[in-house]
Ligand binder design. Sequence first.
Ligand SMILES: C[S@@+](CC[C@H](N)C(=O)[O-])C[C@H]1O[C@@H](n2cnc3c(N)ncnc32)[C@H](O)[C@@H]1O
Length: 346
Amino acid sequence: MSNNAGMAAQLAGQSLRVGWYFALNRLVGWRAGQLGAKRRFEPQRPVPSLQELLAELGQLLVSDALAVRDGLYPPMEDEAASPFSYLRRVRQMLADLPATTARQAGHDAATARAEARAASVPDYYAQDFHYQTGGYLSEGSARLYDVQVETLFMGAAGPMRRAALRPIAEFMAGRDQRRVTLLDVACGTGRFLRQVRLAYPAMRLRGLDLSSTYLNETRRHLGGLRPAELIEAAAERMPLPDASVDIATTIFLYHELPPAVRRQVTAEIARVLRPGGLLVFLDSLQMGDRPAWDGLLEAFPVRFHEPYFASYAADDLEGMFTGAGLAPQSASTVYLSKLMVRYKPA
Ligand SMILES: C[S@@+](CC[C@H](N)C(=O)[O-])C[C@H]1O[C@@H](n2cnc3c(N)ncnc32)[C@H](O)[C@@H]1O
């Protein structure tokens, strides 16, 4: 297949995928309404129209397809490679809706505390982020996470994560991947690690997360590929030697951390990076990144249990990274997220 045909195929596949998640998003919204979910919160700040959001999502898919055409990284895979197992998860997500909607109505985010592992994780972590049943600690939550997140973002979560592959490709130019160690901090279910593994079959990969059930999903998602070293630990106390990592990535983590923990995690990343090493950070937009979309950031923590989101949205990330000795390389917005690339000076 020519590069342009490959790009067209990737774009067509991604557009279908977005169409599917758009339909799921509407279905979940309708069902939650039937179950008595509260009416929409009206933010004070501006929000984009659905048309504008979809147009920007289209732009994201195009820039991902162009990166594939230019050989920066491989095409996005279809996560429904096993359709039966995928559809079972969709069904489980819908079956879980009455419980999550009831907890949302009652502002009850405490099911994680009943999990066996709750006593051995920090208090700020043992709660039901997004009102997920069991927080990040249950097997059910790990099984449903990907489909829930993609439904929420209308299929944009995977393409947003993939934007983090571009600075990695630029860093890797001229380097021997066998000598490079990449650490994904808070790797979750391993969706990003799998993309990295497909792009760099020989790279030394590590994934760290506090949740053993999510790490089990990572293991499953890497199945058939060369494994990564998976570490169950807190990002603010990483059991890794100083200067042992060339590339650290962290995706959709910081908005779920209290401000002081954000700083501890940043200091840890700076510690484990080698001089000359790269940090690729991707997380939600912050207030003012796209002023015409600020209302979305106001509404998000009201609809979903995101206790640290408001402080994240106003945090001085730039100052935090600089304070930890991580110099700026680039910063950009990627649809609903922002991508910051920093490096540890040699
Ligand atoms: C929103 S999910 C993002 C997961 C993944 N990076 C992704 O792109 O989907 C947040 C993840 O951070 C993990 N996490 C939260 N706080 C953590 C901490 N202090 N140390 C390690 N992992 C943490 C959670 O277990 C969860 O897997």
